[in-house]
Design a protein around this ligand. Structure first.
Ligand code: GNR
Ligand code: NI
Length: 167
């Protein structure tokens, strides 16, 4: 296993669209293992391959209290959505920034697991938020793009300044 470096907003690579995974092979399983290690170490409740500069449709999520319910989703697809919820979101690629985003309350998702087996999942609450947040990453979208242009500008300026200080 290996810890992978996480891209920081406003890195342009966060806006690349991830490619469909034609086959879940050992390379994808190694990516899932490394992403899980990176997510737990961060710590975060989800991580999209885009955030570690791998532009393939792979996501890991664990919203459980005791961090024992790892979910790997390859080629995740939202089949159905309903309702609305507002959640204070954060992102490992946008450290220190938290803001409210409106998303669907429930989603029905289809994906492949680490064995390449298709499965469906019905999610609500934080898991539903996390799934939508991660699928956005695969589309090249960061949660701050759900906020006003004014807020996006302020966040970019703040993170650029921070990057200069830590460089
Ligand atoms: O760790 C994370 N926490 C979180 C909190 C509220 C809504 C979404 C998230 S996902 C985030 C990890 C991350 O950046 N995934 O892409
Ligand atoms: Ni994120």
């Amino acid at each position: 296993m290996a810890l992978l470096p996480i891209l920081r907003y406003p890195d342009p690579r966060l806006h690349k669209k991830a490619a469909f995974v034609p086959r879940v092979d050992e390379t994808i399983r190694k990516l899932i293992a490394d992403m899980a290690e990176t997510m737990y170490e961060a710590p975060g409740i989800g991580l999209a391959a885009t955030q570690v500069d791998v532009h393939k449709r792979v996501v890991v999520i664990d919203v459980s209290e005791d961090k024992t319910k790892l979910l790997a989703l390859v080629n995740p697809e939202i089949l159905d959505r309903s309702g609305e919820q507002v959640c204070e979101e954060g992102c490992l690629s946008v450290p220190g920034v938290y803001d409210k985003v409106t998303r669907s309350e429930r989603v029905r998702v289809r994906a492949l697991d680490a064995q390449g087996e298709p499965f469906e999942l019905e999610a609500g609450g934080l898991l539903a938020v996390c799934i939508q947040h991660e699928i956005d990453h695969l589309e090249g979208k960061v949660f701050v793009e759900h906020l006003s242009r004014l807020k996006q500008g302020r966040i970019k300026a703040r993170l650029a300044k921070q990057a200069r200080i830590t460089a």
